[in-house]
Design a protein around this ligand. Sequence first.
Ligand SMILES: [Zn+2]
Length: 449
Amino acid sequence: MKKITLILSALLLGVLSFGQNAEKCATIQLLQQRIQTNPVYQKAYTDFRKENQAQSDIYLQNISSGVQQKTTQTNYVIPVVFHVVLTQPKLNQLGGTSGVRDRMLSQLDAINKDYNAKNIDSTSIPSPFKPLFGNAGILFAPAHRKPDNTSTEGFDIVLTTISSFSINNHYGSDPKFSGYGGVDAWDPTKYLNIWVVDITENTLLGYTIPPSFINYGFQETEFGVVIDYGNFGKRASMSQYFNPSTNDLGRTLTHEVGHFFELEHTFGQDSTCSGTGDDGIADTPPQSDATYNTTTACPNFPKFDICTPTGNGIMWMNFMDYVDDKCMYLFTKQQVNRMRSQFVPSGIPLSLTQSLEVLNWPNGIATTPTKSQVELFPNPTKGKFDINLMNIEGLEQITIINTLGQMVYHYSNCSEKHYEIDFTAQPKGIYLIQYQYKAGNKTQKIVLE
Ligand SMILES: [Zn+2]
């Protein structure tokens, strides 16, 4: 009996520790698998880490010397497409096409808040970490034009007979190729491709192939993010399907997109405290292992480990750790610098911001946007101007873009008819105001003198 009890406890412990410590994200696992296949990749990875560090050092120098505009002054817009590849029963679990649409909008809202330091739970950042709270200034918008110039809402649904996709096939890339039962990427230099599938490995929430992984045998058409359909979007009601239920705030994508911009986990790749055991980011404390929720409550602050045994402890509430969605609140300023330093000429992130025409509905739709009328006054302006909208029915967002394609102003909650805009701090020039309606876009120019 005693023996049986022992075996049972061992089994139970095994199950518990598996449940608590299983990988939530396979990004680094896929990297390591590739590195193991070829010694050249190991060197390439070591070199990339050094170059990536140097690149963000240059970015920081440019900021301090004024060459590069500061985070708060420039925003990047990234066109996104969600490829939903599911069996019919699983699509039904999401609520069919309208369910996917709702999830996509709530998903974009969640990551846009997290990438613009507008997440309301940032108030939960422990006060010693508050000065480190970073604003990435990156906005994600649904594509409205497919590569063939026909219209899209920003997602495509492909029914499949494949019940789930494993990371053990083709390094997790089956969802990305029609030949393997998935759907081919849209031009990866214009769209951030996100595949929503059922991932075979139950504990895995997602994984990412960032542009740097081209050094380790991946192709450009594999760039992007794969997330499990059970953690797609942000929960709007208790009856919605989420699995696991603790990751229902849309932060799987926040985390994975962090990888896309070349962030690593705050706990590094192993239990050491430096080198590959660290994320190479100066203001995230060294951390030996991933943090998991052991109860429904968030971990206590401060929480110490072997790498940070004193002071404020580890930063378990960082988006790049493994806590539940409700316990993660921030990227740090240095993580933001690392992400923004990826926006360099010839790099994929900057390339994505240069193709904003894919955000516009195709011409046939755009020329007959809505019945609404927009009054802009004064135009030209010395700095302050008003936008008066006669009709806001179906209005989703207002975005103002400079001639470099950078977003300088954004409203996603357009319940008002009147907007007072202050551009006194902006450089003189021509700006495009884009009104995005459900049925199409309307664009106006304003001149700042
Ligand atoms: Zn990860």
